[in-house]
Design a protein around this ligand. Sequence first.
Ligand code: SAM
Length: 496
Amino acid sequence: MPRYSITTFGCQMNVHDSERMHDVLRCAGYTEAGSADEADVLVLNTCSVREKAEQKLRSEVGRLARWKRERADRVLVVAGCVAQQEGERLLKQMRAIDVVVGPDNIPELPGLLGDLAIGGLPIARTVFDLDAPRFLVASPPSSSSSPRGAPTAFVTVMKGCDERCSFCIVPHTRGPERYRPSDEIVAEIAALVAAGTREVTLLGQTVNSYRDPLGALPRAPGASADDPDESEFAALLRRVAADVPGLARLRYTSPHPRHLTPSLVLAHAELPVLPRHVHMPVQSGSDRVLRRMIRRYTRAEYVARTRGLVEAVPGLTLSTDIIVGFPGETEDDFAATLSLVREVGFKGLFGFKYSRRPHTPALKLADDVPEGVKGERLARLFEESEALLTAHLSALVGTTQEVLVEGRDKERGHGGAGGALWSGRTGRHEIAHIDGAGELDLLGEVVEVSITRANKHSLQAELTEAARAAARPRQRGGLEARPARRSLPVVAAEGG
Ligand code: SAM
């Protein structure tokens, strides 16, 4: 049986696409190789949101040319956003590549590999499924080693993007917005929960612009008929909460501030399944820059909408994405961004230096902020956000929190005497490492912990007496029998 290996660059959408490629390849009779060296087929699932990510792909392909030369039957596949962006050009530019496959063409991958195996030429398949959008459902869990029993899972609700943010290549690489019927979404979540999943993250490029393509959702309470930013996302959240009562947490990423409407705020206030954390990309705190970015909201609108959310859900925290050094960004514009970070009090932040991307409207603007200035602004931004995070985490020491245990801690030596150290996330998405519970099986449990210490980016915790008394003892081999999310080799997780 041919063996494959997948390397993932980029955001959660790409991690999710890689999981679907695993399913498609396994169904077609491929088995996963222990490493790239053992693989017959190597897939690079790529990101093109920033130039650096694209450059990483090019240097990786250069490095893999030797891997290919070692055996004539080895196959190199490039998938994801760079595949979609470049198509056939990649085959001409880099002779080591055999197959280029776009995100909408993942189901065709086994067929393309089959054609190649019987002497076909290198091929690029990058066609959007506009007429009949496909949303690949994960294969049902078949054994105790299935990754679907993982405590957390992603479920796609829409793909593509109709926004035209001037910096962003996504509309070009992922096409226009297409939505998945809510019946299918609910059925997939119900199947995941039945298999042991506790937390689902709904995925979409502008996830909160969701509308049911079959018109199957009722109007959500608080939804205004004349608000152009209104969508059916709040109604979708309500339906999932009602139809899948076993779900412990329902997250979503990534939303657009335009669709943070009163109906969504009300859903947060009323649905306990929605955790007290939202990632809401703002990009800049300067109205002048927001206008040039074509974000379609002002700073004041962003502040008012997020403030409404925090007032409706006491203790809710916000994180965000910010681009520094956008064309024409002055020191005053950047100061406005820093002041917004302080005003909103973000508890997490992905910061990026602006990067010119092909096919984007901002190409017409001069990339006039020097690289050194971009770097220096990014450092100041991180300094500001680290200070906010440190103060936030320190204030949690001594409190009791509920943690969904996602797996064993990767940071070895950090924890309890010789036993496993568990880690997970609080309802507000803070990472918590649980000490002294190595003898217990906590995977997938929502446990009560006392916070004992604040680390730089995470919390140290201990089970409360009640949680310890209720926990299951660890079976010999039990940890391996119920794995956390498949450990995909994510080379570059750059946020978003
Ligand atoms: N849906 C998200 C939004 O509301 O904008 C976009 C997700 S994007 C894949 C992840 C992040 O990458 C963006 O939020 C933005 O901060 C950053 N990004 C996108 N294009 C960029 C560019 N040309 N240069 C630098 N950062 C960029």
